[in-house]
Write a protein that binds this ligand. Sequence first.
Ligand code: AMP
Length: 505
Amino acid sequence: MTNSLFMRIRSRFPADLSSVLIETPTGKTYSYGDADTYSAKIAGLLTERGAKKGDRVAVQVDKSPEALFLYLGCIRAGLVYLPLNTAYQAGELAYFMGNASPVIFVCQPHRAEEVKAIADAQGVKHVLTLGMEADGSLIDDMAPQAEDFPAVECADDDLAAILYTSGTTGKPKGAMMTQMNLWSNASTLEKLWGFERNDTLLHALPIFHTHGLFIACHCVMLSGSKMFFLPKFDRDQVMALLPRSTVMMGVPTFYVRLLSGGDFTADVSANMRLFISGSAPLLPETFTAFVQRTGKTLLERYGMTEMGMATSNPLDDERIVHTVGPALPDVDVRVCDEEGNVLGTDEIGVLEARGPNVFAGYWQMPEKTAEEFRSDGFFITGDIAMIDAKGYVHIVGRAKDLVISGGFNIYPKEIETLIDKMDGVVESAVIGVQHPDFGEAVVAVIVPEQKDTLSEDEVIGSIKSQLANFKVPKRVFFVNELPRNAMGKVQKNILREDYKALFTK
Ligand code: AMP
């Protein structure tokens, strides 16, 4: 047996456990010792409730220091952590519970009754609650547990987490992340981005996603440094904390919002050594405006749920606009055509990646997994890219039609399926349209059975009750027919062109 992910992370905690790991915007601090004790008690409680090595623990809670300790408690007990976006509604939760069959579900206190009913129907044994103010049954029930819990031994290919990512078929797929997937990426990035004990990370990302949970928190814990933990991106809070921070990780939307006010200056960011951007394309305008305003260059990197990070612009070498940098030292990337033939420099095709960071497959979907891997182990990312002569990767589009709004991934098919079920609808196409704040906004284009029988409000109202808010179309349009190519495929590129100026003019 090798060391588990938890043991490896724990071995990087500073010797002085009173060192601060987390400071909240109200000035409350949590030490590395707190992370150790909390994770032990949580591991003890989950184990007492019957969770055994390899069992899934699903978690849909607001961001808080305790939520991070819950992640640590799970991996300490050898359990598989399964974080869920708080925006998910009942129907979506039933699917996740049915698909992943977690032993325990931890939810927000105000949703306990609703979640309990779904859990009962899906055969999930225990529901615990965790609120944002260190409240809920998880906190109450862990109190009597021991302050130490011997970490459960795990092999490198044992699972540490399952992260759901929306599928092109509309059904989310559970990406299985092993102990080594998470560890290799964490240790590579901590070194690559130069994290040190005296760093302070400004953490305003959600922690149900790989970016905020693994990429950000692992870099901090592996370097024994500290983070400001904001419940969400709040421009005023971020502005107030920037002078005391050294690193920030964000989605492009964060940087657009910072740049939207004249108070974001070189002075206010003077203490910052690094601003990192990812999870969605960074517009060249944002990159350029950022340099002009702060004198600093954003570091853009690229990754996805299934593999954590795969490429990054360098810390010390040139960061090139509109590129996501070369492959990480332990990751191989290549660009291939549809048949898997490797393409040359500057040729455009689908990006493929292989390395210790690449996931073990989709939970209980062996066929889907097989479709997305080449026989030599490369994962077909679905992103359209090219690699230049310097080895820098340029992401030029998305093969799979994904819309990214405010950093969240949205697969049009899921929304189209719901719209198509509505009375009076012949068919629909959902696209992403450039939006100054969200990066992209969801827009639905519908062919109705009869003119003027359906309204935009009716469609939005109906979707709203069934899907997370970030997936609800911002605008709905009615047309006589959708543009199609000779193969009968809807030409979304034409629709995107038709509506491209919707939010920018
Ligand atoms: P997720 O699984 O939520 O992390 O989303 C992964 C997807 O986000 C990738 O497949 C890309 O399409 C997109 N993505 C992530 N980082 C970048 C980037 N720096 N530039 C362009 N697209 C990105």
